[in-house]
Design a protein around this ligand. Sequence first.
Ligand SMILES: NC(=O)c1ccc[n+]([C@@H]2O[C@H](COP(=O)([O-])OP(=O)(O)OC[C@H]3O[C@@H](n4cnc5c(N)ncnc54)[C@H](O)[C@@H]3O)[C@@H](O)[C@H]2O)c1
Length: 240
Amino acid sequence: MNILILGYGKMGKIIGEIAESRGHSIAAKINIDNRSALDTVDTDSIDVAIEFSQPEAAVENIKWAINKGIPVVSGTTGWLDQKPSIDQLTVDKNTAFFYASNYSIGVNIFFKVNQYLAKLMGDQQDYQVSMEEVHHTEKKDAPSGTAITLAEGILQNISSLKGWKLSEEMTEGEQVIPITAKRIDPAPGTHIIRYQSPIDDIEITHTAHSRQGFALGAVLVAEWIKDKKGVLSMDDFLSF
Ligand SMILES: NC(=O)c1ccc[n+]([C@@H]2O[C@H](COP(=O)([O-])OP(=O)(O)OC[C@H]3O[C@@H](n4cnc5c(N)ncnc54)[C@H](O)[C@@H]3O)[C@@H](O)[C@H]2O)c1
């Protein structure tokens, strides 16, 4: 495949290395300072664009590719309020758009464990749920996109909870999931869900040791999405 990398930072570089090691070619590596290279890139030769840039750049990057009919695999977090317009554009242009807040297979297993645990905890009034996420200090959005997906997995299964909030924005007695976001270098990403009661605590944790898992997942999805159409997610890609 010929892959366009939109956002050639920490993630984009690893994605490029993994893609080349799997026999793919890289059409161009686009960053904030060489965006004009998009004007001369041969769009007909591009099979898939992989987009890991920044929250303020993601929508423009994704729209550029979809408007050219190029399938897009996006991992940038912190822009999802605008996803409905991207989904509509994908349908209008008859191409494919894949978004995941986290491309690691381990995290996607963790998402399922989180949903199952929340289902078990739904009727247990004595337990207070909370979440903690830890990332490196360059991360712009908080809470992380992964934390928001985890919170949504809990909310789908515990009807007494009405939403999530960063813990410092909470007021006493709110029926929401408090999320603590810590920024500590060089953490690639840790997520902890806690259910605490006066009797005991239940805690599940996912810790990423490197960015390799996210990058490999994005390349595997790019290989899978190449000839597909529509708005797709990890639930379509994974069989569990
Ligand atoms: N979904 C996942 O699995 C996953 C995993 C890790 C990181 N992320 C997210 O991916 C994004 C990138 O992470 P990173 O660690 O590589 O960040 P980074 O800061 O290292 O890299 C971002 C790159 O985007 C480029 N960029 C900025 N504006 C641009 C524009 N207008 N056009 C093209 N490129 C532009 C920057 O030059 C930079 O090189 C973040 O939003 C992060 O939260 C997602």
